[in-house]
Design a protein around this ligand. Structure first.
Ligand code: KIV
Length: 283
């Protein structure tokens, strides 16, 4: 049975220069597989809007969607540090609303931490949630909820002005009290600098080496076919496995090969008794 990591363990692992591996999960089975494999942490990302619910972006995802999926993940991975992702408009309006919604992740879904996107511009939200006693992970660089303002899902910090903005965001997140930081789609040189400069653990999705790596489970497993970012490494081709299995099943049903003898229940009384029963109901 793995022991759930605390933020103290995560800090010690940064000090020991160990790299953590974590993935997103949205449901009971994936969470359970991740825990059995020894994943260090799990994120219930609002990416669930795209990879599970079939939306074009994360924008339509609601608090109710997130809470429901966080609950399923917690049931599947009771001994893993799980982070609940705050969806669009759950923290943008006011510090009070941000704290109320962050609290729901803990009270209703037993999350260990909440994640919100943005640096300088959400520092008062991070401070308010942290002051409520909740562990916060910041998320900077490419922030999908504001991809409209960024001109699309584009890498950030690639020129001096962009790198300055990313570094300022990282410093603001730590200053506001966040315990952890996720950097998305930023050149590795910038991430390396931030990782050395900050005391808190810094993790990457598409941002090179630091204190650990996150990948979207559906990308890693080859389950999401609409697009694959440059930073994804596919470790399996689950779509192909599933389509092949479904195709074979359809063929078996049509040919009568399924169900076989081994897939049916045998009668318990003599068959002639059943024949009598059938004759009672004959037309
Ligand atoms: O929702 C999510 O999965 C995320 C990652 C893209 C970091 O926030």
């Amino acid at each position: 049975m793995p022991k759930k990591k605390s933020i103290l363990d995560l800090r010690k692992l940064k000090a020991a220069h160990e790299h953590l591996a974590w993935v997103t999960a949205y449901d009971f089975p994936t969470a359970s597989f991740a825990e059995q494999a020894g994943m260090d942490m799990i994120l219930v990302g609002d990416s669930l809007g795209m990879v599970v619910l079939g939306y074009q972006s994360t924008i339509p995802v609601t608090m109710e969607d997130c809470i429901r999926h966080c609950q399923a993940v917690r049931r599947g991975a009771p001994n893993t540090f799980v982070i609940g992702d705050m969806p669009f408009m759950s923290y943008q309006i006011s510090d009070e609303e941000a704290v109320r919604n962050a609290g729901r992740f803990l009270k209703e879904a037993d999350m260990d931490c909440v994640k919100l996107e943005g640096g300088v511009r959400v520092s008062s939200r991070i401070r308010a949630i942290t002051d409520a006693g909740i562990v916060v992970m910041g998320h900077i660089g490419l922030t999908p909820q504001s991809s409209g303002q960024l001109g699309g899902h584009k890498a950030q910090g690639r020129d001096i002005a962009g790198a300055r903005a990313v570094i300022k965001d990282a410093l603001a997140v730590q200053e506001a009290g966040a315990a952890l930081l996720l950097v998305e789609a930023v050149p590795p040189e910038i991430t390396r600098f931030i990782t050395k400069r900050l005391d808190i653990p810094v993790y990457s999705i598409g941002a090179g080496h630091c204190n650990g790596q996150l990948l979207i489970s559906s990308d890693l497993l080859g389950q999401f076919e609409l697009f694959t970012p440059k930073f994804v490494k596919k470790y399996a081709n689950v779509s192909e496995v599933v389509i092949n299995a479904f195709t074979e099943y359809i063929a078996d049903v049509k040919s009568g090969a399924f169900p076989g003898e081994e897939h049916v229940y045998r009668v318990l009384d003599p068959m002639d008794e059943f024949e009598k029963l059938f004759s009672e109901f004959k037309k």
